[in-house]
Design a protein around this ligand. Structure first.
Ligand SMILES: [Zn+2]
Length: 334
């Protein structure tokens, strides 16, 4: 027979409950009232849990958000959070000060919201329904939570790295003032081929799976964009693999990087280890996933790229992990 797990009672203080009839009265409540008490208690527990987590993150960050000072001490509580005072500048702060989540309400629901963000199929409306907020709040929270999460990237790529670009039609979804004529719903580009109607997204991925991406402007890729965005992320002895786009060859030559070209039009797709299949698979996962959202505004595209990286292959696999990234405490080791 399996042994029963021992569940010990919590340590109540000697004067608990303050009202000796408290539990008896709870039992007298009808079903709806008991449910309301349960919801209330659950929000209290979630509020305490998230306050403790935010405080832990503040202590791990080890710096004052105002002056970067590293010596600070406890200075009471405000808005349910531990407050600190910096010894250098005297400013008081908590774990949310200076972050994109500062002044967001309903903290007791944040972890449930982070759980929704971990789900690749999460939509604004499904998250709103699960967490119990308005869809407008769900949308606003999504981009507040992704604002710093998208910065959680590997410091460098090493060994062998593939790079390739993919394109999305520029979108001003949600804008009140369009800078061009509106397209029909589900629009297509007016110009053929690669034009300035298309936003250029470059993804570079090393064979260890570390991934970095950036928006390279509109239209065709330039060596200048690679110098600006990609070069600072590459270790000097890297072997860069790309297709025959001249921008990569010019960039690699100028930056004195070893470069291998996959010529898709002239030969087999894979020549031993010279291929860009990993990065192309990443493109596919990103674009297939974007279909859930019925088009995303270009101004939010970097947030979606960062979100994809966060959930790709379950890199962030807990709600707490997502909250930590949203508050600038990252997983990246390299
Ligand atoms: Zn300070």
């Amino acid at each position: 027979m399996a042994a029963c797990k021992q569940v010990s009672a919590p340590d109540f203080p000697p004067d608990f409950p303050p009202d000796p009839h408290l539990f008896g009265r709870l039992l007298e409540l009808n079903h709806h009232a008991r449910l309301a008490v349960c919801v209330f208690m659950s929000e209290l527990v979630n509020g305490a849990r998230i306050a403790a987590l935010i405080d832990q993150i503040a202590r791990e960050r080890k710096r004052c958000p105002n002056c970067e000072g590293q010596i600070f001490y406890r200075h009471g509580f405000a808005n349910g959070l531990q407050r600190y005072r910096c010894r250098s500048c005297g400013v008081t702060f908590n774990g949310l000060t200076g972050t994109p989540l500062a002044r967001l309400r309903l903290k007791d629901r944040w972890l449930a919201f982070c759980d929704c963000l971990r789900d690749p199929a999460c939509t604004v409306h499904s998250a709103a329904a699960k967490v119990g907020v308005h869809p407008n709040t769900s949308f606003r929270w999504r981009h507040r939570f992704l604002c710093w999460t998208k910065l959680d990237r590997p410091r460098t790529l090493g060994g062998v790295a593939e790079a390739d670009e993919t394109f999305l039609l520029e979108s001003q979804k949600g804008s009140r003032q369009l800078t061009r004529k509106p397209r029909r719903h589900g629009g297509v580009a007016r110009k053929r081929g690669i034009s300035d109607e298309l936003v250029n997204i470059v993804v570079a991925r090393d064979r260890g799976g570390q991934t970095f991406d950036f928006l390279a402007g509109r239209g065709a890729l330039t060596a200048e964009a690679l110098h600006t965005h990609l070069l600072p992320k590459l270790e000097r002895d890297i072997i860069l693999m790309s297709d025959a786009n001249a921008a990569y060859s010019a960039f690699a030559r100028q930056a004195q990087l070893r470069h291998e070209t996959v010529n898709l039009s002239q030969g087999p797709r894979v020549r031993d280890a010279v291929h860009i299949q990993n990065v192309n698979a990443y493109h596919s996962r990103f674009k297939n996933w974007l279909h859930h959202f019925n088009g995303v505004a270009t101004k939010y595209l970097e947030n979606y790229l960062g979100w994809r990286w966060a959930i790709d292959l379950r890199r962030i696999d807990t709600a707490e992990g997502f909250l930590r990234a949203a508050l600038g405490v990252f997983n990246s080791k390299r």
